[in-house]
Design a binder for this molecule. Structure first.
Ligand code: C2E
Ligand code: CA
Ligand code: CA
Ligand code: CA
Length: 279
């Protein structure tokens, strides 16, 4: 028993250490990655369904790791959140996104709107409205061209403070959207309470439009509900023509998804907008 106990232990500990080491290495690399300029933003077009024009884009972070290659946010955002590194990283994202959108507006790409994801730590920071005001001022991006994406769970963590922060952002003219709508809890009560402009239907509902009548019905209901409440509605994760047609038929305002385009690097995005037309 002693023998097997030691074996279990010697098998188990190194693997735990490996994971811990891997985390530490990633964290260490992440700290340097900011100053080394290894983070970059990709942009996924948001398309007006009725006209087919690109009217905005969502900024999505990527990490060009020198050895591991391009890493998606699912590989490092959670760790950045746990360690607080998300605050400086998120500030970098906000500044880079606003600067890029302002540059595209100046260069004749149209009044494109940029959507930026915010993590809970950033949203809870009391200095957030001022930070955003400073970045808008610095970059020259009109406040109405910035859309902040918040998740349901983030808003529910401390609802009273969330409402106050959201009002401060709204007063500046910044737009607010609910990301991944339908995947959190108490999805309906807070729609009355939180001053949002846009609802983004989560891709899990959109994915099943063609196969599952209930998902399709829920998507239709979310579109109606949004419009009844005076909100704009975006469907995420649109991959097929059938999904596109269904959403168009139901009066969905905008779509985002691989059917139109994957997230693109800056120069690819610019080329696409110049070729396919914009606002
Ligand atoms: P999200 O905000 O829900 O972003 C949409 C994700 O869906 C993106 O993944 C996008 O590439 C992917 N996507 C877009 N169209 C389609 C489609 O048609 N089919 C499928 N299957 N997927 C599609 P990505 O870029 O890997 O980002 C994952 C998540 O990481 C984001 O989910 C967001 O929660 C987070 N994230 C990304 N950038 C940032 C950031 O700058 N800050 C923070 N805090 N989180 C970020
Ligand atoms: Ca998002
Ligand atoms: Ca989403
Ligand atoms: Ca998501």
């Amino acid at each position: 028993a002693k023998e097997s106990g030691r074996n279990t232990l010697s098998f188990y500990l190194p693997s735990m250490n490996e994971r811990a080491l891997e985390r530490m290495a990633l964290l260490d690399a992440m700290r340097n990655a900011m100053s080394a300029g290894q983070f970059e933003l990709h942009y996924q077009p948001q398309v007006d369904l009725a006209s087919g024009a690109v009217i905005g884009m969502e900024a999505l972070i990527r990490w060009r790791h020198p050895r591991m290659g391009a890493l998606g946010p699912d590989r490092f955002i959670a760790l950045a959140e746990e360690t607080g590194l998300i605050v400086p990283l998120g500030t970098w994202v906000l500044r880079a996104a606003c600067a890029q959108a302002a540059a595209w507006q100046r260069n004749g790409l149209g009044a494109l709107r940029i959507a930026v994801n915010l993590s809970s730590r950033q949203f809870k920071d009391a200095g957030l409205p001022q930070l955003i005001a400073d970045i808008l001022h610095e970059t020259g991006l009109p406040a109405a061209s910035l859309e902040i994406e918040l998740t349901e769970s983030l808003m529910m963590e401390d609802a009273d403070t969330a409402v106050a922060t959201m009002r401060a952002l709204k007063r500046m003219g910044v737009h607010l959207s609910i990301d991944d709508f339908g995947t959190g809890y108490s999805s309906l009560s807070y729609l009355k309470r939180f001053p949002v402009d846009v609802l983004k239907i989560d891709q899990s509902f959109v994915r099943d439009i063609g196969h599952d009548a209930n998902s399709a019905a829920m998507v239709a209901a979310m579109i109606s509900l949004s419009h009844e409440l005076g909100l704009r509605v975006i469907a995420e994760g649109v991959e097929t023509r059938a999904q596109w047609d269904y959403l168009l038929g139901r009066g969905c305002d905008e779509i985002q998804g691989y059917y139109f385009s994957r997230p693109l690097c800056g120069s690819e995005f610019e080329r696409l907008v110049r070729e396919r037309g914009n606002v």
